[in-house]
Design a protein around this ligand. Structure first.
Ligand code: FPP
Length: 246
């Protein structure tokens, strides 16, 4: 873990920077409702905050950021809301391709890409391919992601390996399961932040969060600021992580 680079740090007790942060970007709908706006306006505002916070995390030296943008359960939402979200994803990905060429951020998608439109899927792949050789923060955008779905997929991949004689059943261990998740090769999140005051994990990184510190914040995602992120990192620093030890 790196030390936190902000000016506020106390030289004697420098803050530790989480290596991997996960964010459940929640509260867009309530933010819009409070303003008598359509839910899509909340997602647009949330999309802007997503960009600010991603940039900020990259600037302060976070190595991995995973944001929950669309879950396997979100397809149950009304069609107009889903259409608005798909348009937002498309606009963002086109812009990311066009404008962020010099950016060092590596963009990855975690989740099953198959239900998305051909156009959106192509943009996802283009962003992944175009950024894979960069050396900056890895930004995992969880889209059509569900942690149970991810675990079922891992079980299938491992079972296939056993069936083909490539995996000995006695060699199945935690590392093998981890390496069959979408986040293969990445460290588990140290900190997961959930804005909007909800105390739920909502099918996000269930396996990876076994020892993660959770910070719940009473701010709706479109109101979330870089100061809130700093506050979450401060709260993380006040925790005593024992990983099951004493
Ligand atoms: C949950 O809030 C939020 C979502 C389902 C969508 C999150 C998407 C974004 C913030 C846009 C990100 C953009 C890109 C390009 C990755 P909610 O709608 O469930 O809010 P509510 O609980 O207040 O109804």
């Amino acid at each position: 873990m790196a030390f936190f680079k902000k000016k506020k740090q106390n030289a004697q007790h420098p803050r530790v920077l989480p290596e991997h942060i996960g964010i459940i970007m929640d509260g867009n709908g309530r933010w819009a409702k409070k303003r008598k706006l359509p839910r899509s306006a909340g997602h647009n505002a949330g999309g802007k905050v997503f960009r600010t916070i991603s940039r900020y995390c990259s600037d302060i030296g976070i190595k991995y950021l995973t944001v929950y943008a669309f879950s396997t359960e979100n397809w149950k939402r009304p069609k107009d809301e889903i259409d608005a979200l798909m348009k937002l994803f498309k606009d963002y990905l086109e812009e990311a391709l066009r404008d962020f060429k010099d950016d060092s951020i590596v963009v990855r998608f975690i989740g099953d890409k198959s239900p998305f439109s051909d156009e959106l899927r192509a943009l996802m792949i283009e962003n992944e391919e175009g950024s894979k050789d960069r050396d900056g923060m890895v930004l995992n955008i969880a889209m059509n992601y569900g942690s149970r779905d991810e675990l079922v997929r891992a079980v299938k991949l491992i079972s296939q390996g056993v069936k083909n004689g490539e995996i000995d059943i006695n060699s199945i261990d935690e590392d093998l399961v981890s390496s069959n998740l979408y986040t293969s090769g990445q460290p588990d999140p140290d900190l997961i932040i959930r804005p909007s005051g909800e105390y739920r994990i909502s099918n996000f990184m269930l396996w990876q969060s076994a020892y993660t510190e959770f910070v719940i914040m009473n701010k709706l995602w479109p109101d979330f600021t870089t100061d809130d992120l700093d506050e979450a990192i401060n709260i993380f620093n006040s925790r005593n992580r024992r990983f099951g030890g004493v």
